[in-house]
Design a protein around this ligand. Structure first.
Ligand code: CP3
Length: 346
């Protein structure tokens, strides 16, 4: 089954199950602080969120790594936390620290959060998709995304990033009904948000579940698998052919079940996964994407060449998209990214 819009995209061919001699490549966080042209535009915008909500600037930032490196896919420049903001929760970023959200502590506060996302807030991001699609080369695919309900909920409940997702876990333990309501609102808003991105021209979507690995098997089922399954089903009901990439980071041995139960078409693999297991038990089910260690990319040298070969040796025999196991680190030298591309395309 070849995708209708971009038949010549090697990225979409790999997502649809084709094994390619040279795997397509893109990098999570490929538009970002390691690029001087990103830092310049970010300074001009004044803040990260002003950059996200300015369609011309966000489109430019999305295109920067494509122009410089010629990746096979661009990823929309935005953030997973714009969904809580569209649901009515205040969001800001503290320079050098990270995101802050007004915490959702109790029923009363949650009642103020709309069931539906405010389309006005997300409109500039959808406009960014249109601008990028119009100026991307036809052979370069455009990836849209959202956060998975569990990961987004961890930020909504804690009001910030946490190392152990403690506040969200405490809430689902003490008030399951309230936590379920938060999850349900994220699912509904994310279905609409992904569908709007698809209607504006993205060729595939990725669901980022950065904290999937922090849940035990039963909680993983309830707070990761079930909501993701509903999200996938909701998007498919309107756009049956869009390729959906799941990235349940840290889920390891639970990934084969996640793939079967959620219905994602492709799965992103974290750095730490056992590659033999991933090839035999995951790539046998769906195409995979990953999983070079961002620390190895930052370090460079012969270890980088060796690891690129190890990743290709593990996954190159089946449908595969080369990527990192998590986002590129801001202090990664550009020369190392160039070497990575040369090694993958050699
Ligand atoms: O991959 C891409 O280049 C697309 C854009 C993108 C960003 N964030 C841009 C960004 C995507 C897909 C994300 C996803 C995201 N955002 C996740 C899931 C993936 C992951 O990294 O685990 C999460 C948990 C967030 C929330 C978030 N956004 C945090 C915790 C932070 C602070 C940490 C940091 O790196 O600064 C951000 C900020 C952020 N999102 C930046 C970028 C380029 C840095 C902002 C800056 O310029 O200062």
């Amino acid at each position: 089954m070849s995708p209708p819009t971009q038949p010549e995209s090697v990225f979409l061919r790999a997502l649809s199950g084709e094994t390619l001699a040279t795997p397509p490549i893109w990098m999570m966080r490929q538009a970002g602080r390691y690029l001087p042209e990103y830092r310049a535009l970010r300074a001009k915008a004044g803040s990260f969120l002003s950059l996200c909500y300015n369609p011309e600037m966000a489109a430019e930032v999305t295109l920067q790594p494509i122009r410089r490196f010629g990746f096979d896919a661009a990823i929309l420049f935005s953030d997973i936390l714009v969904v809580p903001q569209a649901l009515g929760q205040k969001l800001w970023f503290v320079e050098g620290e990270g995101p802050r959200l007004e915490p959702v502590g109790d029923m009363a506060r949650l009642g103020e959060i709309d069931g539906q996302a405010d389309a006005h807030i997300l409109a500039p991001i959808i406009e960014t998709v249109r601008l990028v699609r119009a100026s991307l080369p036809r052979e370069t695919a455009l990836i849209g995304f959202c956060g998975a309900p569990w990961t987004v909920a961890t930020y909504m409940v804690a009001g910030r990033g946490t190392s152990d997702q403690g506040p969200a876990k405490a809430l689902f333990t003490s008030n399951r009904v309230l936590f379920q309501m938060i999850i349900d609102r994220i699912v509904a808003a994310s279905i609409d948000y992904l569908c709007a991105q698809i209607e504006a021209g993205v060729d595939a979507v990725q669901i980022f579940d950065s904290w999937a690995g922090s849940l035990g098997a039963d909680d993983f089922e309830r707070w990761c698998v079930e909501p993701t399954q509903r999200l996938v089903e909701g998007v498919r009901a309107r756009h049956p052919r869009i390729p959906i990439i799941g990235f349940p980071r840290g889920a390891g041995r639970l990934i084969p079940h996640y793939v079967g139960a959620t219905g994602v078409d492709v799965v992103g693999l974290e750095t730490d996964i056992d590659r033999t297991f991933a090839r035999d038990e995951i790539q046998s089910l769906v195409p995979v994407q990953g999983n070079l260690d961002p620390l190895v990319l930052r370090a460079g040298g012969p270890e980088l060449e060796r690891e690129v070969e190890a990743v290709r040796a593990a996954f190159g025999g089946g449908p595969f998209v080369f990527n990192l196991g998590h986002g590129i680190l801001p202090d990664t030298p550009i020369a190392h990214v160039e070497r990575l591309l040369a090694a993958v395309r050699r």
